[in-house]
Design a protein around this ligand. Structure first.
Ligand SMILES: CC(=O)SCCNC(=O)CCNC(=O)[C@H](O)C(C)(C)COP(=O)(O)OP(=O)(O)OC[C@H]1O[C@@H](n2cnc3c(N)ncnc32)[C@H](O)[C@@H]1OP(=O)(O)O
Length: 406
């Protein structure tokens, strides 16, 4: 598009950004809750596409920190992407992504991440799907038997203003154990994770937070809905997040949720794929997996830095040839030396594996098997056994998972 100008969106145009969000996502952010939605673009780097001086496309990049195995890395968390239907398919998104990449390089952010509205969009920009989520449904119309002894220490319901101090340390431990989470500040907790009312599900109660304090400890964030008087459908506990330092605490929190009076079902969207509950339930038929979907997409902006900063499960040395048509500084043969002091240096040696940076993004957190990508024809294995060796080095004890919906 010839008259396209890419520049920062000033704070005075936040309302226009919300209007564009309404328009492209087919939603209506009512006046009384607009204030709540402004916090995201307010704290983001706002990239605008202007045509004739009018904002026609937008992208918000939140400076965050992403948990990767063994580290927290600075990350551009991309959201609120939209292009007016009158300007679609003319390269507006591509131009905004290029600016986002340049900004991330300049700020020294080695990774970018996003949730995709449609999975077909972001691979071309070097993003790979890095983790998945499942929805669990638990039938609690009868008692939920558990095969382990739940922790018997008391649980406490806390108020929202206690969240950062009480849940903060528990969440820090959770994302240190499991890659894929974002480090949270007070606003992220109270506006993003646990707003008092969930605008998209306002038939549910205000947010409830139950905690088992201490170390080991844990918490659950949930909302409830009573029985439907017309259909007699049972009341529902909608679980948003449950984190526990050990299995006994986890069992105590599930038991608490299962025993809430006047409810007969727990709906838990956004659980990790290796969730323990299907194994812990005495009657596994009470726990069903109702959904399974792609969650976080990861883009390595600085490949050698990201590979050096991640911890690895074993010692090895492999040459990975990376293709990256958007960020040429990544397009290299990299000798990756894994182990206690990881190294990643450009080399002229023959590659063991060749892959696009998008595939590297999808395996980086440890949630996707390189061997599977080889079988799919998406990664080329030049040295027999190299994919299996990289898989061993990438291995993480807990599958990556992201519960920060941004
Ligand atoms: C992180 C997030 O916020 S995800 C939310 C994304 N936003 C939405 O889904 C809202 C509704 N959709 C839109 O606003 C727009 O259609 C966007 C942002 C998805 C695309 O914007 P456009 O300016 O039309 O994209 P652009 O013209 O730069 O297209 C770039 C490429 O992506 C492709 N593409 C664009 N949208 C899609 C899609 N939904 N599915 C598959 N491919 C797509 C184009 O065909 C083009 O391909 P090419 O490079 O091979 O020619």
């Amino acid at each position: 598009m010839s008259d396209l100008e890419i520049r920062s969106v000033p704070e005075s145009e936040l309302e226009r950004m919300l209007d564009i969000t309404d328009l492209v996502f087919h939603v209506r952010i009512e006046d009384d809750v607009r204030d709540r939605f402004r916090w995201v673009p307010r704290r983001a780097e706002r990239i605008g596409a202007y045509s004739g001086g009018t904002l026609v496309g937008q992208l918000a990049a939140l400076p965050m920190r992403l948990s990767v195995p063994g580290a927290l890395l600075d990350c551009s968390a991309v959201t609120m992407v939209g292009v007016l239907p009158t300007h679609r398919r003319r390269g507006v998104l591509t131009a905004m992504i290029e600016r986002m990449h340049a900004d991330a390089v300049e700020a020294g952010r080695p990774v970018a991440a996003l949730w995709a509205s449609q999975a077909g969009i972001y691979g071309r920009y070097g993003f790979g799907q890095a983790d998945r989520s499942i929805t669990l449904e638990v039938d609690t119309s009868r008692p939920l038997g558990l095969r382990v002894e739940p922790d018997t220490r008391p649980l406490r319901l806390i108020e929202r203003d206690e969240i950062p101090t009480v849940l903060g340390p528990l969440h820090e431990r959770a994302i240190a154990r499991r890659p894929g989470g974002l480090a949270r500040d007070d606003e992220w907790w109270t506006e993003g994770i646990a707003p008092r009312v969930d605008h998209w599900h306002d038939e549910y109660s205000e947010v409830r937070i139950v905690v088992l304090e201490g170390d080991p400890g844990g918490y659950a964030i949930y909302r409830t809905r009573g029985e439907n008087e017309d259909t007699r459908a049972p009341g529902i506990v909608r679980l948003q997040e449950l984190e526990a330092d050990d299995t006994a605490v986890e069992a105590a929190l599930w038991r608490y949720l299962a025993e809430i009076d006047l409810t007969g079902k727990i709906q838990a969207a956004g659980r990790p794929v290796d969730d323990l509950l299907p194994l812990l339930a005495s009657d596994p038929d009470q726990v069903t997996i109702e959904g399974d979907w792609g969650a976080l997409w990861v883009r390595l902006v600085d490949v050698p830095f990201a590979l050096r900063k991640r911890s690895w499960a074993g010692e090895d040395s492999l040459v990975i040839e990376v293709k990256d048509r958007r960020l040429p500084s990544n397009e290299e043969r990299w000798r990756l030396t894994t182990g206690g002091d990881p190294r990643c240096e450009a080399t002229a040696d023959a590659p063991d594996l060749t892959m696009d940076v998008a595939e590297l993004g999808s395996v980086y957190l440890g949630g996707t098997q390189v061997r599977r990508l080889v079988r799919a024809g998406l990664v080329t294995e030049h040295t027999p056994g190299a994919a299996a060796r990289l898989d061993r080095a990438l291995e993480v004890p807990l599958t990556p998972h992201t519960n920060d919906d941004f």
